[in-house]
Write a protein that binds this ligand. Structure first.
Ligand code: PGA
Length: 250
């Protein structure tokens, strides 16, 4: 079976000192993770440090956000070409915090997804419903709608080189995790939706679960048929918990 992906989204956390310690611990511990591709997503200022520390290891590097434009007058933005110079291979696209706090809409998310693939990098498309939407029974339609928005803009074949992360908004940073059955239901619906338009890409599509994942919850989540790894926030800031989640990939 193909390796799972265990991705650590550091968000706007850490410091030079903390990054030095975390990267060195991850480097030492990475050999204990045999069934998952580990990926770290540091804040931009620490990319050079991550590249220097992680070169020659099995740990890949990603960025938490990117500008869809290639260069020019975009104050405060970072381009894909710049990220690529620092050894980046994955890009988070449409994280719920970007959608909610920075008003990123489906069109911007799709543009970032397309630009990422055009640079031969792999987008991790984040989708997920709010608590209100779940209570209204809208979970599957919200999530498949977010996927469809990218298919409309990028085409069905675009899921050939892409990863999806299902992150229920109500589970992010709250300590609440979707139950394995709740997560599996949505993951299955995502795969079925992609299969409708691109059956050849649906089977191998990696669909990660995110939202308060811990080493304990990962054990059972990762046994679900359509869960192919995790996108981890809080627990990725400590090497031991992040590595333990990686070890939960069987
Ligand atoms: P969390 O974050 O694990 O802290 O809930 C997950 C994410 O937002 O990617």
């Amino acid at each position: 079976m193909a390796k799972m992906i265990v991705a650590g989204n550091w968000k706007m956390n850490a410091s030079k000192e903390a990054v030095t310690a975390l990267l060195s611990e991850l480097k030492q511990g990475a050999v204990s993770v045999t069934n998952a591709q580990l990926v770290v997503f540091p804040p931009f200022p620490y990319l050079a440090q991550a590249q220097a520390e992680l070169s020659g290891t099995s740990i890949a590097i990603g960025v938490q956000n990117i500008c869809a434009a290639s260069k020019g007058a975009y104050t405060g933005e970072v381009s894909l070409a710049m990220a690529k110079e620092f050894g980046v291979s994955y890009v988070l696209v449409g994280h719920s915090e970007r959608r909610a706090l920075y008003a990123e809409d489906d069109a911007q998310v799709a543009a970032k997804f397309i630009a990422t693939q055009a640079m031969q990098l792999t987008p991790i498309l984040c989708v997920g419903e709010t608590l209100k939407q779940r209570e209204q029974g809208l979970t599957i339609s919200v999530v498949t709608g977010q996927i469809q928005a990218v298919i409309d803009a990028a085409g069905a074949n675009s899921f050939d080189n892409a990863v999806v992360a299902y992150e229920p908004v109500w589970a992010i940073g709250t300590g609440l995790t979707a139950s394995p059955a709740q997560a599996q239901e949505v993951h299955q619906a995502i795969r079925a939706h992609v299969a409708d338009v691109a059956p050849e890409h649906a089977v191998g599509l990696k669909i990660l679960y995110g939202g308060s994942v811990t080493a304990t919850s990962a054990e059972e989540l990762f046994t679900q048929a359509d869960i192919d790894g995790g996108l981890v926030g809080g627990a990725s800031l400590q090497a031991d918990s992040f590595l333990a989640i990686g070890q939960a990939a069987k």
